[in-house]
Design a protein around this ligand. Structure first.
Ligand code: ADP
Ligand code: MG
Length: 697
């Protein structure tokens, strides 16, 4: 239960001074509905309102505070829309204060002719004249201290002024309790960090301009966030490890048959990962393991081996893919192997309907199906197993902690969970999003793989590219040709898959080219894929439907049209479709160079040319785009960070990881004084579910 001391923070924003129900809705838009959300609103920047000495030194467009002589008033004529103007000056220049719809009496009193006034606002040039429209502050020189030296600038929404947000934030500071320090005090003082309460004050009501102080405050609050995150994940993980999991021990017979059925040996990384999984499965605790492996590292077999182990132990296993296409691809790989091994596998997606569906569901419940392959819908729909012991989740970033936990519910007894990600995740993100899981790394590709040569080519050289394609298919190679959009959109000058398809068909012959895109009927798409897979067609023109999972080892050329429009992870995934066989492969990134490429697009193409290593690409992606973009926040299980920037503050994340580990090893139930304070931290960040795992939570 949330401790009482935190109640004021979780009260509605309405309870703050100056915030009514209408404004409460505005706050909900930019921050959230509670007092706490206002405190977590990170200012986009600060305005320096210290007195400037001379008007000439103020850059146009910036906010300045100046001491001005009021020269003359020029009220707007009656019934006119013209503004009220007040001419002012200092020794270096003249500026007009401009008020629209101002009250004459009020302005005459506020800025009497001949008087000196301290005026603060934004200076701009209009019609050749310097102006300040509606100054933020106008005070007599002896009242100068009424103008804050520095003011936070908040993200705003229609109908919400910076002043109103600032006032609410100050109100929130008043009700914010000065909570007992939850950080290690030696660490905090070594970093010269303020306390939580002081840090919030430094952010929302800084007494003076002090960039170092506000950065220290931000880092302090950032560390609170990442520590809460790490601690919560670790508590969950510790708890998970204690959750009884059924002991799965197989006799190895099915796995031995798998090895016999394969034309190659497993890689060392596959063997190691398989052993880690087998150890988890017989440990007596529930497995929650992440397998990270670059495209083409061979995750499917790792999954199959684990599932066979479950079947050897007399239970069932499920494999879930994010798309139907991928589910079918997995099924196409696994079904023939399963048949040779002598077990039954089935696929179940939205396409299995009527009698067929009923039959599959019946057999599943009767335990006649050993391995079921489907989409993630398997978990949301009412699919009943006889005895599900292992769930494998493939290619999934968008699968949060809570969803992973909910997997336990299916079929009464908690199933072991194996998650596989294709796009490697930088360590920092892995810690944050998957800190509750054990991690296996498939850091080795099957032998004989050729590196892929990557080149960037301007679209103007399309003719040469097509000649190269002609040569490649002349030698029996197969070529992917990826286009970004489906239908011709002249305005955006998009090379559409359909028109490219027709064009290439003309060039290479009607039956040599296949087309697959997301708007086609499933059956047509499957047929196109099948033609390409069998070699009947040599070129597959496709949209990004082929991004994940498609496996045609004979394909050796990947062409991506308008590569500048794709993200790094996407390009890496696409490129991973080739280089799967023994023949050397290449990837051509066609880009539009008119207008010239932006910096980010240039950087992406450069990285793609320089490396094939998914882990490096993932780090670069994080650097270029930031963590929110890389993982997506909410759905991914990535906590939303207010002050922490997982790239800039990556150092804090590793410290927090160590810190959390140490805390839990010494104070497992968080009962020491620091432990008690840390519980409050968890509640503050609404990690209530983690606290619940404590004995007296
Ligand atoms: P991932 O899912 O990790 O991207 P896949 O599981 O689709 O990769 O495997 C890619 C290709 O590599 C498949 O054609 C698969 O048969 C092959 N493969 C997997 N393991 C090995 C291995 N140990 N040796 C040779 N080829 C392998
Ligand atoms: Mg895969």
């Amino acid at each position: 239960m949330r401790p009482e001391v935190l109640f004021p923070l979780f009260a509605p924003v309405r309870t703050l001074p100056g915030v009514g129900p209408r404004m409460g809705e505005k706050f909900a838009k930019i921050a959230g509905e509670r007092v706490l959300d206002v405190l977590w609103l990170k200012p986009a920047g600060y305005v320096d309102r210290r007195l400037k000495t001379a008007l000439v030194e103020v850059p146009e467009g910036s906010v300045a505070t100046l001491k001005l002589h009021v020269l003359s008033h020029q009220p707007s004529p009656p019934r006119s829309r013209a503004p009220y103007r007040i001419l002012c000056s200092d020794e270096t220049g003249v500026v007009e204060l401009v008020y629209f719809g101002g009250h004459n009496d009020y302005l005459a009193k506020l800025l009497p002719e001949g008087a000196l006034r301290i005026v603060s606002g934004r200076i701009e040039r209009h019609d050749g004249r310097l102006q300040m429209a509606h100054p933020d502050y106008v005070v007599a020189p002896d009242q100068a201290n009424q103008i804050p030296e520095i003011e936070p600038v908040y993200p705003l929404t229609e109908g919400l002024t910076n002043k109103a947000v600032s006032k609410a934030a100050r109100g929130a500071l008043v009700v914010a309790p000065d909570l007992t320090e939850w950080q290690d005090t030696a660490w905090v003082s070594k970093q010269h960090w303020p306390s939580w309460w002081e840090a919030l004050n430094a952010i929302h009501a800084p007494p003076r301009v002090d960039e170092q102080a506000s950065e220290r405050a931000r880092r302090r609050l950032a560390y609170d966030e990442v520590l809460a995150n790490q601690l919560a994940l670790m508590l969950i993980r510790t708890r998970m490890k204690k959750v009884a999991g059924r002991v799965l021990q197989g006799d190895g017979v099915l796995r031995a048959r798998l090895k016999d059925a394969l034309p190659f040996d497993l890689t060392r990384a596959q063997i190691r990962t398989g052993r880690e999984i087998a150890d988890d499965l017989k440990s007596g605790h529930r497995m929650l393991r992440l397998v990270q492996g670059d495209v083409g590292a061979g995750k499917t077999l790792v999954a199959l081996e684990a599932m066979l182990l479950a079947v050897e132990a007399g239970a069932q296993a499920a494999l879930m893919a994010p798309t139907e296409l991928l589910a079918r691809q997995h099924f196409a790989t696994i079904a023939p192997l399963a048949e040779r091994i002598g077990i039954r596998s089935e696929v179940l997606t939205g396409r299995e309907k009527g009698r067929l569906r009923t039959a599959i569901l019946d057999d599943l419940r009767a335990g006649k199906i050993h391995i079921l392959i489907g989409t993630h819908a398997l978990f949301t729909e009412d699919v009943g197993f006889d005895d599900l012991a292992l769930a494998v989740v493939d290619e999934q970033h968008k699968f949060g902690v809570s969803q992973r936990l909910s997997l336990s519910g299916k079929g009464g007894r908690p199933a072991h969970v194996l998650v596989m990600t294709a796009t490697p995740i930088p360590r920092t993100l892995a810690l944050t999003a998957y800190g509750d899981m054990e991690v296996s790394k498939l850091d080795e590709k099957p032998p004989g793989r050729q590196d892929i040569t990557t080149r960037a080519v301007p679209l103007g050289r399309l003719e040469e590219v097509e000649q190269a394609v002609a040569r490649a298919i002349g030698q029996g190679d197969r070529v992917y040709w990826v286009c970004p959009l489906i239908e011709q959109n002249e305005k955006l000058d998009v090379a559409a898959a359909e028109s490219r398809y027709r064009e290439l068909e003309k060039r290479f012959g009607i039956d040599r080219v296949a087309l697959a895109h997301g708007k086609m009927k499933q059956s047509e798409r499957d047929a196109a894929m099948a033609r390409f897979r069998s070699g009947a067609a040599s070129v597959l023109v496709a949209t990004t439907v082929i991004e994940v999972g498609v496996d045609v080892p004979e394909a050796t050329v990947m062409i991506v049209e308008h590569a500048e429009r794709f993200g790094l992870a996407q390009l890496h995934q696409l490129r991973g479709r080739v280089g799967r066989g023994a023949r050397p492969s290449s990837c051509l990134l066609l880009y539009q160079d008119d207008p010239p490429l932006g910096d980010a697009a240039k950087a992406r193409l450069k990285i793609m040319r320089e490396t094939n290593d998914g882990f490096i690409i993932a780090e670069e992606d994080l650097r270029l785009r930031g963590p929110g973009e890389v993982l997506g926040t909410r759905q991914s299980g990535m906590p939303e960070m207010h002050f922490a920037d997982l790239f800039r503050d990556a150092d804090l994340l590793s410290v927090a990881n160590d810190d959390a580990r140490l805390v839990i090893s010494r104070d497992t139930e968080l009962t020491t004084p620091r432990g008690e304070a840390l519980r409050r931290l968890l509640y503050l960040f609404e990690r209530d579910e983690a606290v619940r795992y404590l004995r007296s939570g």
